[in-house]
Design a protein around this ligand. Sequence first.
Ligand code: DMJ
Length: 457
Amino acid sequence: VMGNSSEFQKAVKLVIDTVSFDKDSTVQVFEATIRVLGSLLSAHIIITDTKQPFGDMTIKDYDNELLHMAHDLAVRLLPAFENTKTGIPYPRVNLKTGVPPDSNNETCTAGAGSLLVEFGILSRLLGDSTFEWVARRAVKALWSLRSNNTGLLGNVVNIQTGHWVGRQSGLGAGSDSFYEYLLKSYILFGEKEDLEMFSDAYRSIQNHLRRGREACNEGEGDPPLYVNVNMFTGQLMNTWIDSLQAFFPGLQVLIGDVEDAICLHAFYYAIWKRYGALPERYNWQLQAPDVSFYPLRPELVESTYLLYQATKNPFYLHVGMDILQSLEKYTKAKCGYATLHHVVEKTKEDRMESFFLSETCKYLYLLFDEENPLHKSGNKYMFTTEGHIVSVDERFRNSLWQDILPGEEDSAEKMKPSELKAVNFSSNCNRVPDERRYLLPLKSNYMRQIDRMVGLI
Ligand code: DMJ
């Protein structure tokens, strides 16, 4: 993304020469997929891109090594999808020996249901349907367990019985990327059923999770907030929001619901302004953190970047600058950037998660790099949930094995990348952002209201 081809080539060679997955190590299927599989696939796509928009990222004598490594890793993850009665995978797998004998039968919705982008890309690059098939089966199994009453899913499920162990439905931990990947799978593969699931889920979210006034930027009542509810009754389960939820305005940008995105983003930014970071959980009733650490998460920066791309409003450059300055001030350490152990006391932990580089830094860099090839029309890219870039191109539209994908009857209809916008979202989901309209993104009384809600004034 920075166009630094020599470092990229060095890193790729290092990975090819030194990384092996033949390890007696138990990993989380979700984390290994989004962090490791995703980066291998992304780098492979960049290396083999015929246009090379980021500069010359080709590797001399490259023989698809990264794709082979991705395949090797994915094969080692496959045992997670075996011996499960629902098709929902086990959460952990040993890379050498498969599912550990004492394995937990419970998994979270996001962990089990956000594997389709990486597994689908791998299948389509290899022409081997296995990976997409298992990932799609897991999504469909989870989807079939949603509440008849609210249309919502819980956050923890038993993979053998299909019984919901965690009935909390929200947009944060345990759920977030499930929704993200319904939409992103559709953007990438054009399978209509993914969009239909996403549209239904989005409708249920708006009906049951969104609280506050209807028009977000005007009128009486509280500014909107997405809360955690019981999936079966829609009743409020607690009064906290978590820092992972801050990804949601970015997802709203992708579907064109920019106004709601602007309002929701402003709420998280108000919390950031108060602490110079986002606490892992913030209790909006107590106006105080419930869980106080900040592991350098990217979600607020990600939404800021996407909102800037959608509106070009300099307000988001200001937000980015503010975030950057707090990161420099509070998290910079001798050898990197440190997790904040406590957002009030600003104590640090000796820990820097890989998503700090793959997401937080990348989105910050891109926010200010107006001329980046990623922003040029004609170059179409999508970010995976871990911030790895993949090109949205025809290569991923071919599922020649369509007939053997689970429940394929109504999914035969495929959309071309250029047709993506022409789908029936509910009325407020298809707005084309008008730059002038967002010159002042939020009314001053709105800002005052949320500043008061987070105890800033
Ligand atoms: C990232 O690993 C991914 O974005 C994931 O989907 C959830 N959030 C973390 C970083 O906070």
